[in-house]
Design a protein around this ligand. Sequence first.
Ligand code: SAJ
Length: 396
Amino acid sequence: MGLGYIGLPTAIIAAKSGIEVVGVDINVKVVEQTNAGHLHIVEPGLQEMLQDVLESGRFKAISSPEVSDVYFVVVPTPFKENHQPDISYVENATRTLIPLLKEGDLFVIESTSPVGTTEQMAEIIYKERAELRGLIHIAYCPERVLPGNVIYELVNNDRVIGGVDEVSTSHAIEVYSKFVTGELHPTNARTAELCKLTENSSRDVQIAFANELSMICEQADINVWNLIDLANKHPRVNILQPGCGVGGHCIAVDPYFITAAYPAQAQIIAKAREINNYKAQWCAEKVKNAILEFELKNNRKPVVAMMGLAFKPNIDDLRESPSKLITTEVMHANATVDILVVEPNIKEHDVFKLTPYRQAYEQADIVVFLTAHKEFKTLEWRNDKVILDFCGIFRK
Ligand code: SAJ
């Protein structure tokens, strides 16, 4: 259920391993495109695999589910305005499956979910199908893959598998072992749910630490990249890299699933979210000030280059991107300034007019590095420009 960034590769890889798979998506376009052999997501190596499993007859996409033996729910869990998790997609997918369930089936949730969601879905199922209590297996198994490296990581990463009871856990482990070679770690559903949230929150907290250091260093006139490199020479210190905030649909989202449920306890996790969000505002302010200073000094408006829109290096994904947010804010605050927007991984954008990176670097008086794309690292430092390097392009 769900043929997105995780569901589709999972379906294809499971089919590749010999399992007969039907991929279900409510978006008819996705279903048609997939059956025609065209990927609607960007993932190296997956296109050939899709063609292969379609030809073998072991995989097809459909828009409503068929009776099966194992069901995987891999739908989005966004958050609402107030940072409360929205599990309505998981619930809808679960409800759609209820009439199809039969004795011996396995029902697995993979979607990132607040603690208790799997037990909640089990109760929804048993409320309508009381005769199935104890006769079907229900488990939670989060994914951990990094977009861009999905084919390798889906198969090779270790996984945490938590059933609502021990029989469910071992049944789920048996199924996953058919297409995952990484170690499969048994636990209960609640621990598996919190484990996923913990992994991404841990990274968020660590990035917040690096971002906080970058703001301290600016005040102290110390190069933060040198500082972190030196501190990391300690055998038990491993600080991550500062940037212009945290983006994407995972690390910038999942911690809220903890803070929403445990506000009194989740102090560091909440603060880390605040710091990482604030870092983007901080960067935007720095750019606005640099524009003002340039104008006062030179008696004309500068040309500004905003380098990178994607939420992390070398991808085209702009979801929750702090670079995009900063660029938008700087443009709104400086309507009469010539602002060149650069994103080498995207050809065209409906909001931003894009400029090739070398041309923008050449033309701009102020150059703002937001995302550490590999192309930017080929540029030489220029003393004749004001350079704001928020992502360590020119770090030694
Ligand atoms: N970032 C920094 N400094 C760093 C590392 C990252 O500022 O040192 C920023 C990036 O620029 C980006 C954000 O953090 O804006 C997130 O990027 P990421 O590469 O750390 O992670 P994601 O969001 O692409 O994928 C994460 C992964 N989780 C962990 O590393 C714990 C991935 O394994 C998960 O499968 C994925 O979330 C998910 O789906 O939950």
